[in-house]
Design a protein around this ligand. Structure first.
Ligand SMILES: NC(=O)c1ccc[n+]([C@@H]2O[C@H](COP(=O)([O-])OP(=O)(O)OC[C@H]3O[C@@H](n4cnc5c(N)ncnc54)[C@H](O)[C@@H]3O)[C@@H](O)[C@H]2O)c1
Length: 324
């Protein structure tokens, strides 16, 4: 494609603004934005605005649409855009039920458009380093950790948060999804999971879990995973790996291999909160490169569905071993 692709963005909340900043930096051609909230649209009055995303897709005929809306809308918006052969970059999670996974993957197969899922932490330098470093290592086991604090103030900001219908779950399907996705990316898709998911600190605020502990086994490497939104304060996420030779610890921007520290703090720009990482720019640039040269985008529907299958299995587990 020799011409400049036309881009549209749906959802102008916290992360939609991050996408727009990155699109501006990458000099993409944003032709329209959409939000049902007129106040959000007013903040982008320099771009043509819509309140109905289907109308926007039909009138503007964008080549690419970024979906930055609440979880429960992802599947229907992805399918609507793919049915029009539009390339779709959807924020995580891909979707929130097994039925939706099947429908989204069918639509992806039928469409001439590509589907990409925003698992931007795969583009963070420390995670790319670990992925490469482990290639020729024998890994004995691993653990992932997400200890964050999200209180009533956070959940009260939008009515979809903290509800089964709107969010599809709690800490696992929202805050911890990125790190759990990295675990399966590094260590392979588990065959089974045993999990306990509880609401430990936010019983008056949310109907979904704020804390979960998973044992994932049967993949290339067994791993455990702990995630909570009920920490005393938020800590950097972490992944620990034991190989035959050494213990490796990964945190945002650094990897400790034995007692050797590798620092990736190279001063590149954050577009949102630091806990989102720096990966949005790399992921979005790569998605557009793939559209232009017709190559596969790695984090497609099937890839985005993997972590959702682990999470839905964890929700079904209730302390029992379940197949993923
Ligand atoms: N990748 C990341 O690190 C990251 C970080 C934050 C959020 N997210 C994801 O991004 C998505 C949005 O999260 P957020 O925090 O920006 O939420 P938000 O509530 O701040 O924003 C959502 C926006 O969507 C709009 N919206 C709702 N229904 C709509 C509709 N039918 N048509 C058009 N617009 C509609 C809302 O008015 C709101 O402005 C979620 O899936 C979330 O998990 C990802």
């Amino acid at each position: 494609m020799g011409y400049k692709l036309k881009t549209a963005v749906v959802g102008l909340g916290v992360i939609g603004k991050v996408h727009l900043k990155v699109l501006e930096k990458l000099e993409k051609n944003v032709v329209a934005v959409c939000d049902t909230d007129l106040k959000k649209l007013e903040q982008f009055s320099n771009i043509k605005g819509y309140t109905d995303y289907e109308q926007m897709l039909d009138v503007e005929k964008p080549n690419v649409v970024h979906l930055c809306t609440p979880h429960y809308l992802h599947a229907q918006m992805i399918i609507t855009a793919l049915n029009r052969d539009i390339n779709v970059l959807c924020e995580k999670p891909l979707c929130i039920t097994r039925e939706e996974i099947a429908l989204v993957l069918e639509a992806e197969k039928r469409s001439k458009g590509k589907l990409g899922v925003c698992h931007q932490n795969r583009f963070n330098p420390e995670n790319l380093y670990l992925k490469e470093y482990l290639k020729d290592k024998t890994v004995l086991g691993a653990h992932g950790n997400v200890v964050w604090r999200r209180d009533a103030n956070y959940y009260n900001k939008a009515d979809w948060r903290g509800t089964l219908k709107g969010e599809g779950g709690g800490t696992l399907i929202n805050q911890a999804l990125h790190t759990l996705d990295l675990m399966q990316w590094f260590f392979g898709m588990p065959k089974s999971v045993v999990a306990n998911c509880v609401n430990q600190t936010l019983k008056d605020t949310i109907e979904v879990e704020d804390t979960a502990f998973l044992n994932c086994s049967g993949g290339a490497v067994d791993f455990s995973f702990f995630a909570t939104n009920g920490g005393a304060i938020s800590f950097p996420v972490g992944v620990m790996v034991k190989t035959k030779e050494e213990t490796i610890s990964v945190q945002p921007n650094k990897v400790l291999v034995g007692d050797r520290l590798i620092n990736f703090d190279n001063g590149c720009e954050f577009f949102g909160k630091s806990c989102y990482g720096r990966g949005h720019e790399g992921l979005i640039a790569n998605f557009y490169d793939c559209i232009k040269d017709g190559s596969d985008f790695e984090i497609n529907g099937e890839e985005g569905a993997k972590v959702i299958k682990i999470i839905l299995s964890a929700y079904e587990s209730n302390g029992q071993k379940v197949e993923v």
